[in-house]
Ligand binder design. Structure first.
Ligand code: NDP
Ligand code: OXD
Length: 313
């Protein structure tokens, strides 16, 4: 990368913006890296790095690419200011995948070992012993076999779980039984004793975790949603928990974030809430990933994470 490119960081939160400005300036010391909220000559900026809403994006009239700090770009694609002709690149970063693998492994193991129920017993001072199944007797289903889902599926096979996966187009993943497309969803769900949602939010996947899906899971299944809140029909989950069809859920993402005070999920004995922390983009490795994407784009290649705006992810 030779010429002195101009890059602007467009992040509303001032502290977060500062952290990313520093990380990117360290990653590309020869470039001009500015705060996009108050940059002069916005029409000369080559790349915008953004997080959250793309407010003010229309001022950048000569962009070569827009890079999102998040893996999910549903909110970016909803923005009326997004110039559709400019390539949009989402975050694909080894650090992000690593964090998700740790989160998913932790919560799959929690459900597998009955940890939520043991913790309830402790609070009630009840000494209840049950012999948990072993991993090879348990099937985990992963919805979405992209950067996040495939890394999680592979790691779960290493614990000895039987792993089934579901994606839009057929994938091939060592040790994982793969399913593809809507017509194979019922077969995938029928085996998923612990279901992990790692899908992008699109028109095809919105509200996918609903009553019909819960009914197709083995009775007593657990659900982990680390993707987007709008994948889950909240009342359907509460009803499935009441009916015992679903035994527990771990939710990291919500239709409204932060999860509002008084929301039934906060106090539900069978729901664990985490505050959208399943995996966070770390500035160090994230800035390197951005530079790699830009270099690959400038070399005329298709960078990992190039968003198919038609498909919505
Ligand atoms: P990718 O785009 O790499 O993978 C998406 C996967 O979902 C692909 O396998 C894709 O299929 C599959 N998929 C998409 N649409 C459908 C559909 N209609 N039916 C079946 N499968 C479908 O995304 P990532 O793995 O990087 O991230 C996934 C999501 O995780 C993000 O969009 C984001 O919402 C969420 N996320 C949440 C975080 C958190 O902290 N909670 C952190 C990071 C990500 P195919 O392979 O055929 O294209
Ligand atoms: C993401 C997220 O999309 O943090 O990266 O949810």
């Amino acid at each position: 990368v030779s010429r002195r490119y101009r890059l602007a960081v467009l992040i509303e939160d001032a502290d977060r913006a500062r952290v990313w400005l520093e990380a990117l300036r360290r990653a590309v010391p020869d470039w001009q890296v500015d705060d996009g909220r108050r940059v002069a000559a916005a029409d000369q900026v080559d790349f915008v790095v953004l997080w959250g809403r793309a407010e003010g994006l229309s001022r950048f009239t000569h962009l070569r690419a827009i890079l999102s700090l998040g893996a999910g770009v549903d909110h970016v694609l909803r923005d009326p200011d997004l110039p559709r002709e400019v390539p949009l690149i989402r975050m694909v970063d080894p650090g992000l995948a690593c964090g998700m693998v740790e989160y998913v492994s932790c919560h799959v193991l929690r459900h597998h070992l009955g940890a939520p129920s043991l913790e309830r017993s402790q609070r009630e001072q009840r000494w209840t012993t049950v012999t948990p199944q072993l991993a090879h007797e348990r099937t985990v289903g992963i919805m979405g076999l992209g950067a996040m889902g495939s890394a999680c599926a592979t790691r779960l096979t290493q614990f000895g779980f039987q792993v089934v996966g579901w994606s839009r187009t057929r994938k091939s993943l060592a040790g994982v039984t793969v399913h593809a497309g809507r017509h194979e969803l019922p077969a995938f769900l029928a085996r998923s004793e612990i279901l992990v949602c790692l899908l992008p939010l699109t028109e095809d996947t919105r509200d996918i975790l609903d009553a019909g899906l819960c009914a197709r899971l083995p009775r007593g299944a657990a659900i982990i949603n680390a993707a987007r809140g709008e994948h889950l029909v909240e009342d359907d989950l509460l009803a499935a928990l009441d009916a015992g069809q679903i035994s527990g859920a771990t939710l990291d993402v919500f239709r409204v974030e932060p999860l509002p005070q008084g929301h039934p999920f906060w106090q539900h004995p069978c729901i664990s809430v985490t505050p959208h922390v399943a995996s966070l983009t770390r500035p160090g490795s994230g800035a390197q990933s951005i530079v790699r994407s830009i270099s690959s784009l400038l070399a005329g290649e298709s960078p990992p994470g190039l968003v198919n705006q038609e498909a919505g992810y």
